[in-house]
Design a protein around this ligand. Structure first.
Ligand code: AHR
Length: 650
């Protein structure tokens, strides 16, 4: 027995000796020239999906505020008492609204809205109410925010003298100090007599910069904290729509809310278009970012297409007008319209994307459509960089190359398993430097059975495992940011209430009251916040590997950049393994290196760990001061960790 045991111990020792890799070492060679890091590398992508705007960033609290969500029923509104409710298509304040809610009955009439999974209530908070109303006989209308069971009134106000003609009424409700913080509440409109008609009933809590028709401050802050350099909008599939009439028609999203008809969004619900083109721009300005505007290019999701030629020209003109709306002086037609809408100063638009995922257009018409848009945009706006949605070396582009024009950038999309995303960390190392630059306009690691789908309904936000794979991929994009000019994760936002989402894995989650960033959010933030302007040439040896039986890939990922103005080195190391990894660093060509620096680290013990409404910062970065840095130093990276080391060289 004893000898057997000894024998097996010595065999184990021999096995270990054979498999334990040499000590990992990474050399940063500052004597060699790195390349410029794209200052636009990290941005955001957005569209109406998962109640990103309605029921999300757009702070409106009333769901189905214009009674247009269903042409026959009245979702989200319930009658009070014996009140009879109906949709009246014969009277509405404006043609764009086109319908109103009619309340009839004896005695007190009332109707309650349940909001987006409840109306969020905070004590001593001002809410802006606006509504269009008319009444058969002169009426006072009472509005209130109350508990879901109607027992407690948190705030109440009166609209006086509603007459027989449509009129807009506005007032402020302030919740009582005794109000709880709850989303278990509803908004109620009551009147006496009747009939009374209502339209565009709106309720806003405080918004970012207190702007009317504005955004949710907590979500805006989360987004701004990522320091994004750009916002790609309005989609995504939301740009295209299922049908031509359901595309994002920017003109219908301008001006007073009562002039916006709203439209069906491809993700299964109707968009109010309250967050319209100018609201996107306000949002971008609030983040100090730049717009990346996607223009509709004649292809819709149900695979209908208008090929290049005279019929497409109308959409080309529409795109030119949209660009003029954003960038034209106030002496131009659309620039003047922008000024009328409240923003005389032109916006700085440097990137325009033509369409979205046109590799799905099996007719192969995109090359011609792209050329038609490209020529028209370049003729009028030669400085704008025009992005194609296919044509690169990506999986969509292989089938449909763009040969007749050279896009400034090609948009590539990658939704991948965590394994595949880590494997893609080296994807751009051998990409051709002669082709267009790359915009990774949608990407995400998904720890779900089948990426690309909602199978398994995991999520709704990424776990630590995803964050590790995301970070590994970002080391590759950053190392190759001479060719990868821009990137943005997708989707960005998700309302985590049951039924709120359409996509499995999304960066930021929220309900009516609170919000949280996922581990992947923090990984993005760490990379975006700590971006130098020059890469540092690095080499490694002894890096451990991992295998899934079919493929062997590194089990440690790294990239280094420098801020040439301040001399700060940003060293990023990702350890996706369950064991700590120790690395020897050798920095060549650095003098004046300070021995203490800053470490920002995101780590956890279980890769399946996630953040949530209940535990929003379970996985969050920790910043510490570290010592022992030098031209040669050794550091140990904990299991499942993403580390940014800031090393000062001046
Ligand atoms: O991000 C979700 C969807 O994925 C986008 O709308 C679309 O462009 C892609 O297919």
């Amino acid at each position: 027995m004893i000898s057997l045991k000894l024998k097996s111990l010595s065999m184990a020792a021999a096995f270990l000796a054979a498999t334990v890799p040499a000590q990992t070492s990474i050399t940063l060679d500052l004597t060699k020239p790195g390349h410029k890091v794209s200052p636009m590398l990290y941005g955001l992508m957005t569209e109406e999906i998962n109640h990103s705007y309605d029921g999300g960033l757009y702070a409106e609290l009333i769901q189905n505020r214009a009674f247009k969500d269903n042409p026959r029923t009245i979702p989200h509104w319930t009658p009070e008492g014996e009140t009879k409710l109906s949709l009246d298509h014969d009277t509405a304040p404006t043609p764009a609204l086109g319908v109103s809610l009619k309340m009839e009955g004896d005695g007190t009439l009332g109707v309650a809205n349940d909001g987006y999974w409840g109306i969020p209530v905070w004590p001593i908070t001002d809410y802006r109410v606006s509504l269009f109303a008319r009444a058969a006989t002169s009426e006072d209308i009472e509005v209130s925010i109350e508990g879901a069971d109607g027992k407690e009134i948190y705030a109440k106000g009166t609209v006086s003298g509603v007459g027989s003609k449509w009129k807009k009424y506005e007032l402020t409700l302030t919740t009582k100090a005794s109000s709880p913080k709850t989303a278990d509440a509803r908004f109620v409109v009551r009147a006496k007599g009747g009939p009374v008609w209502l339209s565009l009933v709106s309720l806003f809590p405080p918004t970012t910069n207190n702007r009317p028709n504005g955004t949710r401050p907590d979500l805006l802050k989360l987004l701004k904290d990522m320091q994004p350099k750009f916002l790609r909008f309005p989609g995504g599939n939301y740009l295209e729509g299922n049908l031509f009439k359901e595309r994002f028609d920017w003109k219908n999203t301008l001006g007073p809310l009562e002039d916006r008809p709203g439209h069906q969004c491809p993700w299964g619900y109707r968009s109010s278009d309250g967050l319209g083109l100018l609201e996107y721009m306000n949002w971008i300005e609030d983040m100090n970012a730049k717009p990346v505007l996607a223009v509709f290019a004649g292809y819709v999701l149900r695979r209908d297409v208008i090929e290049a030629g005279p019929e497409l020209q109308g959409f080309v003109e529409d795109a030119l007008n949209e660009i003029e709306y954003l960038t034209g002086s106030t002496s131009t037609k659309w620039g003047a319209r922008r000024a009328k809408d409240g923003h005389p100063k032109p916006f700085d638009l440097q990137y325009v994307e033509v369409g979205n995922e046109d590799g799905f257009d099996e007719t192969g018409s995109y090359e011609g459509r792209f050329a038609q848009f490209y020529d028209a945009i370049k003729k009028k706006y030669p400085k704008i960089k025009v992005i194609s949605t296919t044509g690169g070396k990506d999986w969509l582009g292989v089938k449909f190359p763009i040969n007749i024009r050279r896009p400034d950038l090609v948009d590539e999309h990658y939704y991948a398993s965590t394994w595949d995303m880590m494997a893609m960390a080296s994807k751009y190392d051998d990409y051709s430097r002669r082709g267009p630059r790359i915009f990774v306009g949608e990407w995400a690691s998904q720890d779900v059975p089948e990426p690309w789908t909602n199978a398994g309904q995991k999520g709704p936000t990424p776990n630590l495992n995803c964050a590790l794979a995301d970070a590994a991929f970002m080391t590759g994009m950053e190392r190759n940011s001479d060719i990868v000019e821009m990137s943005c994760y997708a989707p960005l936002l998700v309302n985590v209430n049951p039924g709120g989402r359409q996509w499995a894995v999304n960066l930021i989650g929220y309900d009516g009251l609170t919000s949280f960033g996922s581990p992947s959010y923090y990984a993005q933030q760490m990379f975006g916040e700590n971006l130098g302007d020059k890469t540092i040439v690095s080499t490694d040896s002894g890096v451990p590997t991992q295998s899934n039986g079919k493929q062997t890939i590194p089990a440690l990922f790294h990239v280094a950049t420098m801020d040439s103005k301040t001399g700060t080195i940003y060293l990023k190391v990702v350890n996706p393994q369950s064991t700590a990894q120790t690395v020897d660093f050798d920095l060549k060509g650095v003098t004046n290196l300070r021995s203490s620096g800053t470490q920002i680290q995101l780590a956890g013990t279980d890769p399946k760990d996630m953040n949530s409404i209940a535990d929003p910062k379970k996985i969050a970065p920790v910043t510490t001061t570290v010592s022992g840095l030098g031209s040669r130093f050794t550091r140990t990276f904990p299991p499942y960790s993403i580390t940014v080391l800031k090393i000062e060289t001046r």
